[in-house]
Design a protein around this ligand. Structure first.
Ligand SMILES: NC(=O)c1ccc[n+]([C@@H]2O[C@H](COP(=O)([O-])OP(=O)(O)OC[C@H]3O[C@@H](n4cnc5c(N)ncnc54)[C@H](OP(=O)(O)O)[C@@H]3O)[C@@H](O)[C@H]2O)c1
Length: 307
């Protein structure tokens, strides 16, 4: 049993991490506003402010930190770059340094958006080339974290799942519209190796167990277009797959992003001793978890102000 501190625990990834890790570990969540009836203890603090994060890791008694708090919206980073740099870079580096001092494991959640998406199949050795302000802050965050804490794990991820507020992920985007019988666009020109969040959290837990450090791609071993993902999800949940229609992201998105953002999984497969789930396996688990009540369990992490 480890004592985990999960930052961003009201978000899509952090909420799932706090929920899942709390089945075997002590977990404390961090966000600016805590859920009303959280299943785990929470520290409500603004970590973009130095005073809000000062001594946070030592005070929490954490032996491992799952740092997922970030400005994660490409649009918000473009609109509020100063805040994005404060949180995604400065706060991340400071927390990584705090973890280093107390000897706690530290996981910085990064992104496939450190690449421009011109080529795809990126390995950990490929040179990053972010095309958005979001990607630039996350790349600078990676470098600042590793400078402050050479033992840190930098996990480059892309994921989907059930989120506390019910509308954060690609899966929820399709599920909500398909359940209403609505036609919806699926981008054929965006390729990702998105991984079910339950598998992502389990992989990170194991990587910390085996003391993995440095940059590791933690994504699905199979890439997919967002269009194929939507069609597959429709089939698994027994909706009409024809409701998902092919579309081009370039016709619809205000801030342009990369097209081929899939990542190579050779290293993570070696470190884990197994390959992260493929697309069919991941969506099947999304459905199994839905039936088992994961949406309600995760919704307990919705901040009180939004509940
Ligand atoms: N979503 C994706 O598909 C995706 C893909 C690749 C990588 N990532 C990375 O994965 C991580 C998690 O993403 P996500 O989509 O789960 O994020 P999210 O749903 O947007 O959640 C962000 C979390 O950060 C917290 N937060 C924001 N500002 C804060 C502050 N100043 N102080 C304390 N907490 C703060 C938020 O809580 P409050 O607002 O209540 O404070 C929330 O809990 C991020 O590092 C992101 O860059 C995401």
């Amino acid at each position: 049993m480890t004592n985990w501190l999960v930052t961003g625990a009201t978000g899509l990834l952090g909420g799932n991490a706090a929920l899942q890790l709390s089945s075997a570990h002590e977990v404390t969540g961090v966000s600016r506003s805590a859920p009303g009836k959280s299943p785990v203890p929470f520290i409500a603090t603004d970590i973009s402010q130095r005073a809000g994060r000062s001594g946070l890791i030592e005070r929490s008694g954490a032996r491992a930190v799952f740092h997922s708090a970030a400005i994660s919206s490409i649009e918000q980073c473009a609109d509020e770059p100063e805040l994005a740099w404060k949180l995604n870079v400065e706060a991340s580096a400071d927390l990584a340094a705090q973890a280093h001092i107390v000897g706690a494991a530290f996981v910085y959640i990064s992104t496939d958006a450190v690449f421009d998406g011109a080529r795809g199949s990126y390995t950990e050795q490929d040179r990053p080339s972010p095309a958005t302000e979001y990607g630039r802050t996350k790349l600078a965050g990676e470098r600042a974290v590793l400078n402050a804490n050479p033992n840190a794990l930098v996990a480059r991820v892309n994921f989907y799942g059930w989120s506390p507020n019910g509308h954060r992920s690609l899966a929820e985007f399709f599920y909500t519209r398909l359940a209403r019988g609505e036609m919806t666009n699926g981008f054929t020109d965006t390729i990702v190796s998105t991984l079910y969040v339950g598998r992502l959290v389990a992989a990170i837990e194991r990587l910390v167990d085996v003391r993995a450090k440095g940059i590791v791609n933690v994504v699905s071993s199979e890439s997919t277009s967002k269009f194929d993902f939507g069609r597959r999800l429709a089939t698994v949940f027994r909706f009409d797959p024809e409701l998902v229609q092919p579309a081009l992201s370039t016709d619809h998105l205000a801030v342009k992003r990369g097209s081929r953002l899939d990542l190579d999984t050779t290293l993570v497969t070696k470190l884990l001793g197994y390959a992260p789930a493929g697309q069919q396996e991941g969506i099947a688990e999304l459905a199994t978890d839905f039936t088992a009540g994961r949406t309600q369990a995760v919704s307990a992490f919705t901040p009180e102000k939004e509940a």
